[in-house]
Design a protein around this ligand. Structure first.
Ligand code: MG
Length: 391
């Protein structure tokens, strides 16, 4: 399939965008999706990603992925696939760079502690500001819709529907109903009525999975928590180790690891391209709007690759994400977030967001903490009298 600069009929076309929440004149030289991407790169939340944990805490080593480098890798993989499928690369890049903006400090440890603290703050049904709980996809949307303060005329970045649709990767039914009440754009409608997001959004989803599976192997081995011998139990990965050794007998250690990951990444990209191209053709979709009526994603792995990828994910869950050393850090991180939350609620004068009018204090505290970098959260926790849990 030849790559072409021309967009496919099923791609998201910038001039057919459903538009922004607050209408703005077009930029003279950039499409609406280029402009979204640029707004994301210039946002404060984007710069914070460099000091937010992906799996390993930022200060545990200079070469581990952070949320920022992870997002860049998702954008690279996404754009590369988008170009071959003739999807809109700019939209893919915008969604990929924004997809993790709402992550709390300390990765999932922060998220779980944050959610528990929100539940303590009040029953889900009692206050619409608190009842949202925590879903990092919704928080990413909150960042670009409400929390960034850059423009005179509106809160947030005023991104297009298509970029916001891609950022809202998952959403519970109860939160989709809440979103529907306060936002007429229909960004969460597919979680109520079925349907799919754009192909570009679907692609970012899969590029995210491809990226973290690959880089978590790399970071896992670099950290010493995983070994190549352990990874031999993952058929997908061992296949590429064998392939690398056949081409380069005697290849050792880091270069063998890199070469195996490189071969796996390439094959996964080719698999997504071939499978998705076929599924799109078979579906007969002839526009981006028709894509939204499909009940299941058209951008996907082949069945076999999906199975293999699932086995790799499961290996990483049991051997890396639940490794005692990671879990121990996770527990300390959860304590920082949880104690920070309680501190801010008990001492509203101790923090700048303590008294904004019209906002539930628990929601304001949660938004403030979610925006923190790991090291700022650690510093704040100690400033407020918390035990020294990280050095
Ligand atoms: Mg991600």
């Amino acid at each position: 399939m030849p790559a072409s600069a021309e967009l496919a009929v099923y791609a998201s076309c910038p001039i057919a965008s459903r538009g922004r929440r607050f209408p703005e004149p077009d930029a003279p030289t950039r499409s609406v999706f280029q402009r979204d991407r640029d707004r994301i790169i210039h946002s404060t939340a984007f710069r914070r990603l460099v000091y937010k944990t992906q799996v390993f805490l930022n200060h545990e080593g200079d070469l581990f992925r952070t949320r920022l480098t992870h997002s860049l890798e998702v954008a690279q993989l996404g754009r590369s696939i988008a170009r071959t499928l003739r999807l809109n690369e700019d939209l893919v890049e915008a969604v990929a760079l924004a997809h993790d903006l709402g992550h709390t400090p300390f990765g999932h440890a922060g998220q779980d502690a944050w959610n528990a603290a929100m539940k303590r703050a009040g029953p889900a049904s009692s206050d619409s500001e608190v009842g949202w709980g925590f879903e990092h996809n919704i928080q990413s949307l909150r960042v670009v819709d409400e929390l960034e303060e850059r423009y005179p005329a509106f809160d947030g970045l005023n991104l297009t529907f298509e970029t916001r649709e891609g950022i809202l990767k998952h959403c519970s039914r109860s939160n989709a109903l809440r979103l529907k009440q306060r936002d007429t754009s229909g960004v969460a409608d597919r979680f109520l009525s079925g349907g799919s997001p754009s192909l570009e959004a679907q692609l970012c989803n899969l590029a995210d999975e491809i990226a973290y599976n690959a880089h978590d192997i790399d970071d896992g081995v670099r950290s010493g928590l995983l070994t190549l011998e352990q990874l031999a139990e993952v058929p997908l990965f061992q296949y590429y180790v064998d392939q690398a050794l056949r081409s380069h007998p005697g290849l050792r250690a880091r270069r063998l690891l890199f070469e195996s990951i490189r071969l796996m990444l390439s094959d996964q990209v080719y698999d997504v391209i071939a499978t998705s191209h076929q599924r799109i053709q078979d579906s007969g979709v002839a526009s981006a709007e028709e894509v939204r009526t499909c009940s299941s994603p058209l951008v996907s792995f082949s069945e076999e690759m999906a199975r293999q990828s699932q086995a790799l994910k499961s290996f990483l869950l049991h051997n890396l994400y639940r490794h005692p050393q990671v879990m121990e850090t996770t527990e300390r991180a959860a304590r920082v977030v949880s104690e920070l939350f309680d501190s801010y609620l008990q001492h509203p004068t101790e923090w700048p967001q303590g008294g904004p009018p019209g906002r539930h204090p628990a929601r304001a505290a949660a938004d403030y903490i979610a925006g923190m970098t790991d090291r700022f959260a650690i510093r704040e926790h100690q400033r407020l009298g918390g035990a020294v849990l990280f050095r």
